[in-house]
Design a protein around this ligand. Sequence first.
Ligand SMILES: COc1ccc([C@@H]2N[C@@H](C)[C@@H](O)[C@H]2O)cc1
Length: 452
Amino acid sequence: NESLKYGSQYEGKRQDEAMQKFRENRLGQFIHWGLYAIPGGKWDGKIYPGAAEWLQSWADVPPEEWSKLINQWNPDEFDAQEWAHMAKEAGFKYMTVTTKHHEGFCLWPSEYTDFDVASAPNKTDIMGELIDAYTKVGIDVYFYYSILDWHHPDWRYDIKSEEDEQAFERYKTYVDNQLTELVERYPEVKGFWFDGTWDKSVKKNGKWTLEIQQMLKSLKPGMIVNSRLRADDHGSRHFDSNDKLMGDYESGYERRLPSFREDTIVTTRDWEAVMTVPENQWGYHQDWSVSHVKSTNEVLEWITHSVAMGGNMLVNIGPKPDGTIRQQEKTLMKEIEQWMDINGEAIYAGDYLGWEKQDWGYYIADQKTNEVYALVFNVPVTQKITVATPEGISIEEAHPLKDESESLKISEKGPNEVFIHLPQPMFEAPYVIKLKVSGKDGSKGTYRKAKT
Ligand SMILES: COc1ccc([C@@H]2N[C@@H](C)[C@@H](O)[C@H]2O)cc1
């Protein structure tokens, strides 16, 4: 281990109350909102299938042209209480919202720029309305903030000249000022979700990323900061050059999940996955037919998988430019609510159990009560799930959460193995599907992976 000045600040999981609350929340709502919602993935009459909040990049729109969208920012249907109520009913315990995405538009009246809501036709302080409404219903609020900024003249992708150096110094001051402003204006904020930190300019400023972390914690003790903010002395990100996690939790799982086979290391630290409902749309896109849209059961499996590996999950919505939520997202939140009303006790404060992973689904252990839950997603044709317990541990009873007065039959399978019999037949026999495979190795190529 080499000694680092700007590397990891501590090892293991933070045990203070604020972090314990983050860990118990488990299920959160991600909100991506900004000027990009106005074009909604369409520019000059052309639909771009890529992520809608990146349209400025896909359609190669010059910043000064993109900035004119500010004149159309008029979310006159926006109702923070309605959003907060829907989120509360759905069972989200925390919420993370974009204060400023890569486009640079600020959803609060900032003293440090006029590229903000204060300079738009509708001057509503979106951050203020949201943090008040969500805090009032007991949902913790976190702020997403993009360090990368396509609008600000002093942003640099790399530092290659004295001019770059001076510009980036100004940019660092701009960011420090805005972050201070956000905490001072909205003191209930619980933490920051930084994005847009993969470029060389940030990697060469590991010291600054540590200073941001320290500044936020001095402004508000207990503040929580994600690993994606951080670069160390040598530009190593998320994990320092000694492979130690930086920040308070790992935030590398964007539209992907750790594997139970290869990645159980994640169970030794705090981490959070973030997920889109379409394959890759964070901001509002007017045409969701451009990709697969996850069903509610797929979203519930993402949530379960994350908690079963000791992590949190943020499920994203991309509100419309008028401030309303699209029907598919309202339906999804309603269906999550219906499932969480019955099964939320298995998710909240849930954690990794460590028993042998079974194909039928996931185990979750409650961090506080030590109750054990089996969450079945893949019903075996045998109609029985196998539970293999560690030496000396046996299963006494099995009660479905949707009716705990019911007892499921348990039968011996072998040493430290039982069958739990499932109530209704799903498949009577193995269900065989014939596949026709194309391409040299049969792969169709993968969607862009996110830079994290
Ligand atoms: C291609 O690499 C990226 C990098 C960042 C993103 C942003 N991170 C997500 C949380 C969204 O904000 C997305 O725009 C997406 C793709």
